[in-house]
Structure formats: structure tokens, C-alpha cells
Design a protein around this ligand. Structure first.
Ligand code: UDP
Length: 250
């Protein structure tokens, strides 16, 4: 297929400026049976995150007597992409699960939960590039919703190089036909970016472009962080004002 024109009259295909995020929607506490959960949309990406734990680890030999064991499973639904995806794990999902777990692990206060396990499941219901970043944002909210003690929030966004321009939060066409894609996650603590929790890159950037990409990612991440916080606050305000729900077991 011929490469489409991605920037027209200084605007991107979906009308965004270079430094604009896609519309974001975040809701915490959407699943009754999970200890913590989150539904998140980032543009056309639709993600559900569910957290179980801290709970007993099975099989038991995986337990760590000094701290919690964190497991992270990224999964793409077969119907989430244009060309049906074969169900089950593949190399890509195993890699994404690993790097995402490593991004979250240092932020979770694992030492408070010896011998226990914290399982994070993220399901991509609809994908449009940047799913690993959207999933991390949802997972972070779900972990806080589960009451897991955290050192801060993990907030993630990608930056891309498209027709010579550094752009924030690339969508599918920009990811497919762009010159570089750089997903980044930050640890944000006390409303400040403290460190980089994940940094990957496809393609090539000059050092100057990389600096610009990092600055742009930081700006975008702070906006997403505020929405993550808002979603958590909203959930807890709701809990405070709501009567406890009657269990309606059949
Ligand atoms: N994608 C797809 N089929 C697949 C894997 C990915 O259509 O089996 C699409 C999907 O829209 C995804 C995008 O390609 O969001 C970019 O994938 P990438 O591996 O760069 O990860 P992501 O950007 O989603 O973190």
C-alpha cells in the first residue's frame, strides 16, 4: 500500500496539532469482582484493566518471603484489530507484558506484602496504536483503585516522528507509516515527574529530536496524570456518598 500523506496543512490526519493528545476517558472501579479496575479510552484505543490482590500466590513455589510478586498480562482481543488476531499470547504480548511489569514493579511497595501476589490483567478491546501506553495508564489507576500502596503514578504516552515532525500520541496511521515511535512511561510523584519507567524506540531520531520527544512526552504525561487522578478522586467521592450496595446473590 502506498504511504498516505500524514500531515496536511500543518495538521494531522485526525485534525490534531503536533502537541495534542487524543481524547482520553478514564473511569475507575468498573468491575465488581476485581479488587481494582479501570476502563480507559485513548483515542480509539479501548482498554480494561483488572487488578487482583494482594492475595496468596499459586503455585506456592513462586512466593517470595520478602515481598509481593507482581504479574502483568497484556492481552489483545481477537476483535480489537483490523485483521483478526489469533487468540492467546504471542511474542509481542509477552514482550509488552514484561516491559510493562518492569515499569510498574519499582513503583509498587512490594515489601509491604510478603508472600503475596498482585495480578494485573489488561485487555485491549480496541486497538489504534499506543496500546501499551494506554494499558499502563489503566493499570496504574486499577492498582490504586485496588488499594495497593504505590510510590506514585505510572503515566505513559508515545511520541513519534512523522514526516520530519515530532508528534505526541501517534495513532495507527502515524505508527504504521511514521519514521519513529517512542513509547515512554514516567513515574509521577507529588505532581512531579520523578523518573522514566519505560522507554522503547522503533526507528531513528537525532539527539535533538529525542530531546524534543522527551519534552513533549513529559507535557502529555502531565495531562494524562491529571485525568488519572481525577478518575480516582471521582470513584472515591462516589463511594463516600453512596449507600453500600446490597449483594444480590442468586
Ligand atoms: N496491531 C495489529 N495487530 C497486531 C498487533 C498490533 O493490528 O497483532 C496494531 C494495533 O492497532 C496496535 C498497533 O498495531 O495498537 C501498534 O502496535 P505496536 O506493536 O507498536 O504496539 P502499541 O503501539 O499498540 O503499543
Amino acid at each position: 500500500m502506498q504511504k498516505p500523506k500524514l500531515i496536511v496543512d500543518g495538521k494531522r490526519l485526525d485534525g490534531r496539532g503536533f502537541e495534542e493528545l487524543r481524547p482520553i476517558k478514564i473511569e475507575a472501579g468498573v468491575l465488581k469482582r476485581a479488587d481494582g479496575s479501570c476502563y480507559l479510552e485513548m483515542g480509539k484505543n479501548k482498554i480494561i484493566a483488572a487488578v487482583y490482590g494482594p492475595r496468596e500466590v499459586h503455585p506456592r513455589h513462586l512466593q517470595d518471603p520478602s515481598k509481593a510478586v507482581i504479574r502483568y498480562r497484556y492481552n489483545m482481543a481477537p476483535f480489537s484489530v483490523e485483521e483478526r488476531k489469533k487468540p492467546g499470547p504471542d511474542r509481542r504480548s509477552v514482550e509488552i507484558s514484561k516491559v510493562s511489569r518492569e515499569a510498574l514493579e519499582p513503583v509498587i511497595m512490594k515489601e509491604l506484602f510478603p508472600r503475596s501476589g498482585i495480578d494485573v490483567f489488561v485487555e485491549v478491546l480496541q486497538a489504534d496504536a499506543g496500546t501499551r501506553t494506554a494499558c499502563l495508564n489503566a493499570a496504574s489507576v486499577a492498582l490504586i483503585d485496588a488499594g495497593v500502596a504505590m510510590r506514585g503514578m505510572v503515566t505513559s504516552v508515545a511520541v513519534a516522528k512523522v514526516e520530519g515532525n515530532i508528534v505526541l500520541d501517534p495513532m495507527k496511521e502515524e505508527d504504521n507509516y511514521g519514521d519513529a515511535d517512542v513509547p515512554i512511561a514516567f513515574l509521577i510523584r507529588n505532581d512531579r515527574i520523578e523518573s522514566i519507567a519505560l522507554l522503547q524506540m522503533d526507528g531513528r531520531l537525532t539527539l535533538e529530536e529525542m530531546k524534543k520527544a522527551m519534552e513533549l512526552a513529559k507535557k502529555g504525561a502531565m495531562q494524562i496524570y491529571r485525568l488519572q487522578r481525577e478518575a480516582i478522586m471521582k470513584k472515591y467521592m462516589k463511594e463516600e456518598t453512596e449507600e453500600p450496595e446490597e449483594e444480590n446473590e442468586q
